[in-house]
Design a protein around this ligand. Structure first.
Ligand code: FKS
Ligand code: ZN
Length: 356
């Protein structure tokens, strides 16, 4: 084993990274934010900041994903939804769409939950939030992102202690049949399903992104083979607003296997860290065969769209506590928008995990 000058170890203890350049095919020009069209916070350059920091810190083992295995994808996502994602752009253009796909009409309270034929209605049916525009390359990028997650999952299932899926677009808001919050396919959920399909009896998902992982919660809400724990801004104040309360504990078979830690504005590491400890205790008791971490770094104090107060060093502590669970661990990239710092914060989690 080589000891690098910065004290990091190189060798089999390194976290392997999976990444695909295909994410670039998804680059919407606009996001509707507080009444204005702005450049989307979730943008391609995010990946460059993470990659730069990874390389700086000696994470040089970066591999491209294999072809996307649709089997676990089809198990979790609705057929009509997948067809919609695949065909939406062509239909939009055929029906006169000029700009990016942003629906304007939704199946709200006391309305029919039937899929319309018109693309504006169809997109409205399948979305949960309008900040997320669909463009020509969105489906290709979403597939590549899921392939990144599954390739990294394969490394862990194959005996690697840990891997990092540098996914873009992110996934944790994507539900069985809904996109939004920048997400289309639920990468972390798909990876968890792949662990189960590969023989794991129990998988835990720890979601430390600032936003509630509503999609992941929804997908596994009635299942006991996947434990979902999420630390996030409370729904009264934070996107996705309509899920993520403490009393959402799972249903049926899944009762007791969904754990939410909603927290108020200005929450710092004192409180956040206690929630993390509690989540780690629950995960330890669950004895999962594998752990999937939905790794967003938007709990950072300088994140432009979030309201927690974590310092960069806190992400190191977070990684160390995750390592304390001593489980085969797959990190899946989610959010983080303080663009200059997302490399530092993300890699801090990985280094904390490695004991650096
Ligand atoms: C507030 C609007 C909120 C949407 C925020 C989406 C957050 C996405 C994310 C993910 F990990 F999925 F990327 N805008 N005015 O960070 O959770
Ligand atoms: Zn987030």
């Amino acid at each position: 084993m080589v000891i690098l000058p910065d004290g990091l170890h190189q060798g089999e203890s390194r976290v392997k990274v999976v990444f695909s350049e295909e994410h670039r095919q998804h680059f919407p020009q606009a996001e509707l934010w507080m009444g204005e069209f702005v450049t989307p916070f979730e943008r391609p350059s995010r990946m460059e900041y993470v990659l730069r920091r990874l390389k700086q810190r000696g994470f040089n083992d970066i591999i491209a994903p294999g072809r996307l295995d649709m089997k676990p994808v089809r198990k979790l996502h609705d057929r009509g939804y997948l067809t919609f994602l695949r065909t939406a752009w062509d239909q939009w253009i055929a029906e006169g769409g000029r700009g990016e796909i942003i629906p304007t009409s939704f199946p709200m309270r006391r309305m029919q939950q039937r899929v319309p034929r018109h693309i504006d209605g169809k997109a409205g049916y399948y979305t949960l939030a309008t900040e997320t525009a669909i463009t020509a390359g969105t489906w290709a990028a979403a597939q590549a992102s899921a392939a990144v997650a599954l390739t990294a999952q394969g490394l862990v299932a194959g005996g690697q202690a840990a891997a990092f899926a540098l996914c873009r677009p992110p996934g944790h808001h994507a539900a069985t049949d809904m996109y939004g919050g920048y997400c289309f396919l639920n990468n972390a959920a798909i990876a968890a399903q792949a662990f189960i399909d590969g023989g794991a009896e129990r998988v835990a998902i720890l979601d430390v992104d600032f936003h509630h992982g509503n999609g992941t919660q929804d997908i596994f809400y009635r299942r006991s083979d996947v434990l979902f724990c999420s630390l996030h801004g409370r729904p009264q104040d934070a996107f996705p607003y309509f899920l993520g309360y403490k009393d959402e504990v799972g249903a049926g078979e899944g009762e007791g296997f969904n754990v939410n830690y909603p927290m108020p504005p200005e929450t710092g590491f004192d409180v956040w860290g206690r929630a993390l400890d509690d989540a780690c205790r629950r995960i330890r008791r669950y004895r999962p065969d594998a752990l999937v971490v939905s790794l967003g770094v938007d709990a950072f104090k300088e994140d432009p769209i979030s309201f927690f107060r974590l310092e960069s060093e806190d992400f190191r502590t977070c990684g160390a506590r995750i390592a304390g669970l001593k489980r085969p661990t797959l990190f899946v990239m989610e959010g983080g928008y303080a663009i200059e710092a997302i490399g530092l914060n993300t890699v801090n989690v990985l280094e904390g995990f490695l004991g650096g």
